[in-house]
Write a protein that binds this ligand. Structure first.
Ligand SMILES: Cc1ncc(COP(=O)(O)OP(=O)(O)O)c(N)n1
Ligand SMILES: Cc1nc(C(=O)O)sc1CCOP(=O)(O)O
Ligand SMILES: [Mg+2]
Length: 486
């Protein structure tokens, strides 16, 4: 075996030992996957679901596998000739798969690309894999104390990430947020992989004066949303503490924690925006964009009729009015939307939205940036963003949009476009996020079924309602096609 092992391998070994004194190769592999670091990433890149692999392995009978100690005897041999000094987690993975036929068979039978997996860990490609670094554990009382703090906070960070992962996945059901939380968790695992191998020895729970002290209310939460927010704060505080105490050991790792903390603020913003958005936004199916001069009849009548037919959200989209007239019109629309108990969004203009106490503003890619508009309007206002590709969708989510417009889907008589991302874009957004999104651009009763088939649950329309002789009936039809109640 190579002379030393990296901290990740050492922790995997600790895990295997904790399972049984006669631990098996399976326990070692589960230990490597428990790290959620390099090995996890290798599995993921090879098309496996590492969490599922871990569960499959756990369910196997222990007797089928080789003894872990036997396997460790020769571990890393193929790599030693390449000049490697330490046994790293990907070397151990290679040895496990090479030596244990049972493990190999299970991995071949599990969904994923076994060939890719083997290729990515075979010795010649080793140099392409990010090297693991690790710090020395300096053995003075002060350093030991610092490492105790670091170890405790690393555990808090891992735990909080797990809570946020679960919230994004099981409460919000959101692929984009789940992926974001997971990728931050993996970034953190990469930082932890660089901690010294003997770190667990600085853990001293028996003498930890904090284990018996509980803050009042620590066991009481009122909602899953509160749990998520509390854990966002806990995560940030723990990262801050890590950042400080790591400065004694490695300024680079301290900076990594700082960067991660900033990314966690973004995650918090993305989660918080779901919680403050009014229920009416989640319930909205039909969103109507209106320009006074484009309405077949008066703006007031169109709003009231459309609301009777089931439209629950209106946007005042005036492109050519002087500010005084726009302000006056926006005030009137605010009155009518209050009367109909519908949401009112002003297009393009956060200042007008604020003055008339609208529910929010809609911003295009060339309008004021969302983050600036948020400063004017605050967290309680709805801010929607137009998106035309998936990169813009991801950015809008990161910036804290309450909803997005997704289009143009079909040719429109209201606005001319050169390109149409169309229904493929709708499908991509539906697979990416559970943030409310409105399919827009030429949507009417003739194509709403296609929108629904592509995964759209909400539409934003202009001419289909503004030009309708009977906006109430037109709204009713669209809402029915969307599968909602009118
Ligand atoms: C719901 C919704 N989606 C998209 C738009 C378009 O906004 P933008 O790209 O800024 O274009 P204009 O409407 O300002 O011409 C929208 N208004 N509403
Ligand atoms: C203003 C606007 N923005 C779009 C976008 O895709 O960003 S589509 C669009 C026009 C919507 O009107 P109609 O329903 O009459 O086509
Ligand atoms: Mg605009």
């Amino acid at each position: 075996m190579l002379n030393n092992m990296t901290p990740a391998v050492s922790r995997a070994l600790d895990y295997a030992r904790s399972q049984s004194s006669r631990f098996s190769s399976r326990d070692l592999l589960v230990g490597l996957l428990e790290e959620e670091g390099l090995v996890w990433e290798i599995f993921e890149k090879s098309g496996y679901q590492p969490g599922a692999v871990k569960e499959t392995l756990r369910q196997q009978a222990d007797a089928e596998f080789l003894r872990g100690y036997d396997l460790l005897q020769g571990a890393g041999k193929p790599f030693a000739s390449e000049g490697y000094m330490d046994l790293t987690s990907n070397m151990l993975l290679f040895d496990l798969i090479e030596a244990d036929e049972e493990l190999k068979k299970i991995l071949q039978e599990t969904v994923g690309n076994f060939q890719d997996l083997v290729k990515s860990i075979a010795p010649p490609e080793m140099k392409a894999i990010e090297a693991e670094h690790h710090l020395e554990l300096v053995d003075t009382p002060d350093h030991q104390a610092a490492w105790r703090v670091i170890d405790a906070n690393a555990n808090r960070v891992r735990e909080s990430f797990r809570v946020l992962d679960d919230y994004s996945r099981f409460v919000l059901n959101d692929p984009h947020l789940t992926q974001t939380a997971k990728s931050l968790r993996h970034d953190f695992a990469k930082i932890v992989e660089q901690f010294p191998a003997g770190l667990v020895s600085s853990r001293d729970t028996d003498y930890d004066v904090g284990t018996q002290i509980q803050a009042a209310g620590e066991y009481r939460r009122n909602s899953t949303a509160e749990i998520a927010m509390v854990n966002c704060k806990r995560l940030q505080e723990s990262l801050r503490s890590l950042e400080e105490y790591l400065k004694i050991e490695s300024s680079a790792l301290g900076q990594d924690c700082e960067q991660l903390r900033y990314q966690c603020y973004t995650l918090e913003k993305m989660l918080a925006v779901r919680q403050v958005s009014p229920q009416k936004l989640f319930d909205a199916r039909l969103y109507v964009l209106l320009t006074g001069s484009e309405c077949e009849s008066s703006l007031e009548w169109t709003i009231k009729e459309a609301a009777e037919g089931g439209a629950t959200m209106f946007q005042l989209r005036e492109k050519n009015l002087e500010d005084r007239i726009l302000l006056e019109r926006a005030r009137a629309v605010r009155r009518w939307t209050r009367e109909t108990q519908t949401l009112f969004i002003v297009n393009d203009r956060p200042d007008i939205a604020r003055l008339v106490e609208a529910d929010g503003v809609h911003l295009g890619q060339d309008d004021m940036p969302l983050t600036e508009a948020r400063k004017l309007l605050g967290i309680q206002s709805i801010i929607g963003v137009s998106t035309h590709d998936i990169v813009q969708v991801r950015q809008a989510i990161r910036d804290g949009a309450n909803y997005i417009g997704v289009g143009p889907t079909f040719p429109s008589t209201t606005k001319a476009f050169d390109a149409f991302p169309g229904l493929d874009f709708v499908k991509a957004v539906a697979a990416e996020t559970t943030l409310p999104f409105f399919v827009i651009g030429g949507v009417d009763a003739n194509n709403t079924c296609e929108v629904v088939k592509a995964g759209g649950k909400r539409v934003a329309v202009s001419s289909a309602l503004a030009k309708a002789k009977d906006p109430r009936l037109a709204a009713l039809k669209l809402v029915r096609l969307l599968g909602g109640e009118s």
